[in-house]
Ligand binder design. Structure first.
Ligand SMILES: Cc1cc2nc3c(=O)[nH]c(=O)nc-3n(C[C@H](O)[C@H](O)[C@H](O)COP(=O)(O)OP(=O)(O)OC[C@H]3O[C@@H](n4cnc5c(N)ncnc54)[C@H](O)[C@@H]3O)c2cc1C
Length: 276
């Protein structure tokens, strides 16, 4: 018989996960749309009563964002300018209802190539915290998302949160998203960036990732390296910076269109650091 369980503490959730197979449910904003018109055929472990996982904690080392933290919580939180891209993305995730229910961790666990959190979290060098009844482990986001809808989570684990190392003192983030309209739209291409500049607007450090142009969003490490020391407004995106991307044709856009708009979107995201 199918089971539905809504534990009110983490220990009970982990014990349940150690005993049988479950599909995890957080805000449900990916879970339910994927099952419209179909009966539910799996055991559902509903995480929404785990209040202990709904928090943003700051320490000397960085920020821990609990798995039940919603997009609305991210928008409302006091976070340093490096998180500006993540906050901007949060405001574009559906409408207010979706932002109230949907979680940052649900977005990464769903592992869609178009997940708006991912480029921002790659630029923030996030790690994913996984817990089972036996162990706790941490994986970089790059190692956690293995492909389209595929993660490194084991069946007896849940994601308890993500950790973002303390950003540089002057780090500033930004996010640009291209869709078929301005709001309520899934990204055709999106860019997350975190940069540190000196007083002459020269790049000291740049971390930039592109989403929806490969099975998993990717950091552009060659561009990051070549931009060092350049004035932000002088940065030019060359095709060699984009060679690792492999966009596909889908219902939202053709691969050729995606490739043609990436330089413009990258330019806007990077230069938007100083010209919001
Ligand atoms: C109208 C609408 C508009 C949307 N717009 C956007 C958009 O613009 N950009 C965008 O990126 N997304 C968008 N989404 C998708 C969705 O809102 C986000 O991906 C959201 O962050 C998912 O979070 P959730 O808590 O609702 O996840 P859920 O639907 O509860 O879960 C998603 C997946 O993650 C797993 N999961 C959830 N939490 C955990 C956990 N702690 N540990 C392990 N696995 C877990 C679930 O098993 C499931 O496979 C939209 C959705 C809707 C309905």
């Amino acid at each position: 018989m199918l089971q539905y369980f809504r534990p009110d503490n983490l220990e009970a959730a982990l014990l349940a996960l150690s005993e049988t197979d479950w599909t995890l449910l957080a805000g449900g904003t990916d879970f339910y749309p994927a099952r419209v018109g179909k009966p539910i055929t799996e055991n559902v472990l509903d995480l929404t009563a785990l209040e202990e996982l709904r928090s943003i904690r700051k320490s000397e080392e960085g920020y821990t964002i609990g798995a039940l933290t919603s997009w609305t919580d991210i928008i409302a939180a006091e976070l340093p300018p490096a998180f500006a891209g993540l906050k901007k993305a949060a405001k574009t995730i559906g409408g207010i209802q979706t932002q109230n229910a949907g979680t940052l961790c649900g977005n990464i666990c769903n592992a869609s190539p178009a997940a708006d959190a991912v480029p921002n979290l790659l630029a923030l060098e996030a790690t994913v915290q996984l817990k089972s009844s036996l162990a706790t482990r941490s994986l970089s986001l790059e190692k956690f998302i293995l492909g389209n809808r595929k993660t490194a989570r084991k069946a007896d684990e849940l994601v308890s949160g993500i950790f973002i190392p303390r950003p540089g003192e002057n780090a500033v983030g930004n996010f640009e998203k291209l869709g078929t309209r301005s709001y309520l739209v899934i990204s055709i291409v999106m860019v997350g960036v975190v940069a540190e500049l000196n007083v002459r607007d020269e790049i000291l450090q740049l971390k930039v990732a592109v989403g929806a142009c490969s099975p998993v969003a990717q950091r552009l490490k060659l561009l990051e390296e070549e931009c060092k020391g350049q004035k932000i407004n002088d940065i030019e995106i060359q095709s060699r910076h984009l060679e690792q991307l492999e966009p596909i044709d889908d219902v939202r856009a053709s691969a050729a269109y995606r490739i043609s708009v990436i330089p413009e979107l990258l330019g806007r995201a990077i230069k938007g650091i100083i010209q919001p």
